[in-house]
Design a protein around this ligand. Structure first.
Ligand code: SAM
Length: 294
């Protein structure tokens, strides 16, 4: 386990993932009945961008810094929620902090909701416990997500969201392990909402990944992509994706307008793109944007 999120916190992929996460949580919060948030790869929960790891890569400049500097007019609601959440964390702790997925989820949660956080790395699991175990509605498990998730679901609330956000150290080639995990989890809790993050590096791999997802037979899979570079660029991380099983009503259209706005802020490349599509349905919701000036 070499991956440490400290080096990548607040980069463009984190921003897009966290904005969509807030959109999903906002939909869950519309009903009074409690929900359960499950984070399979939780990381540390929050990150100090002033620390040496983040300062060495400066990856937050590709994401958080751009969203902070963007003109306010026309900012989509989920991005505004995200900006407010980042500001709230920075006010709470002082300094240059970035919220991880657990912090963002807990920030928006009501007293009746619950969170189950899994993290395998001993040091990161320790930090996560330090930050959150005093909160009564949170349980932190130092546990392998590949056995832990199916053991912990379905939650008693019967409604909720599972965020699956692996580091893609072993999963990289064909995404088979995450598809298998999603399939097993969906079999145990078919009505749960699932958000699976994935990196876009080689687009042939993404095509194979989508084929695997279609072959699971899981109905209602929405795929969202934002590529800051052409998707076949061989240099590194070209884009960020999220597959959502059982997305909320009208999430597809709202995700698209949000991604279009984010694209204008996060990339100037003429071949950058975004896309929202139903994998097992007939409708491709749409490709790329009305591009906005930065
Ligand atoms: N979800 C976090 C966020 O958005 O703030 C970031 C998570 S980071 C991309 C992936 C995390 O998964 C790392 O902290 C890593 O230690 C952890 N991890 C790696 N393999 C794992 C496994 N099999 N089960 C649980 N956690 C794992």
């Amino acid at each position: 386990m070499n991956y440490r999120h400290h080096y990548h916190a607040g980069n463009f992929a984190d921003v897009v993932k966290h904005v969509l996460l807030l959109g999903l949580l906002e939909a869950l919060g519309r009903k009074d009945t409690p929900f359960c948030y499950v984070d399979t790869h939780a990381g540390c929960g929050l990150y100090d961008l002033g620390a040496s790891e983040a300062q060495r890569t400066l990856e937050f400049k590709t994401g958080l810094s751009r969203v902070k500097a963007a003109p306010a007019a026309g900012t989509p609601a989920w991005v505004t929620d995200y900006q407010k959440a980042v500001a709230a964390l920075q006010a709470e702790r002082g300094g240059f902090w970035y919220p991880g997925s657990p912090w963002l989820a807990l920030h928006g949660m009501r007293a009746q909701d619950r969170a189950l956080l899994m993290e395998l790395h001993p040091e990161d699991a320790g930090t996560l416990k330090q930050h959150f175990t005093r909160l009564p509605q949170v349980a932190v498990h130092q546990r392998d997500a590949y056995e832990g998730l199916t053991a912990l679901i379905p939650p008693k609330e019967k409604r909720g969201l599972v965020l699956i956000d692996p580091p893609y150290e072993e999963e990289r080639d064909d995404y088979a392990p995450v598809v298998e995990l999603l399939q097993k989890a969906h079999a145990k809790w078919p009505t749960g909402m699932y958000a699976l993050w994935f990196p876009i590096k080689d687009y042939h791999a993404i095509t194979r990944f989508y084929r695997r997802l279609r072959n699971t037979g899981i109905p209602r899979i929405l795929a969202t992509e934002l590529n800051v570079l052409p998707p076949d660029n061989s240099l590194g991380l070209n884009g960020t994706g999220m597959v959502i099983v059982n997305p909320p009503w009208q999430f597809d259209a709202r995700a698209l307008t949000t991604l279009q706005w984010l694209l204008g802020v996060l990339s100037e490349h003429p071949q950058s793109s975004c896309r929202v599509q139903w994998l097992n349905g007939e409708t491709v919701v749409v490709d790329t944007p009305p591009r906005k000036a930065r």
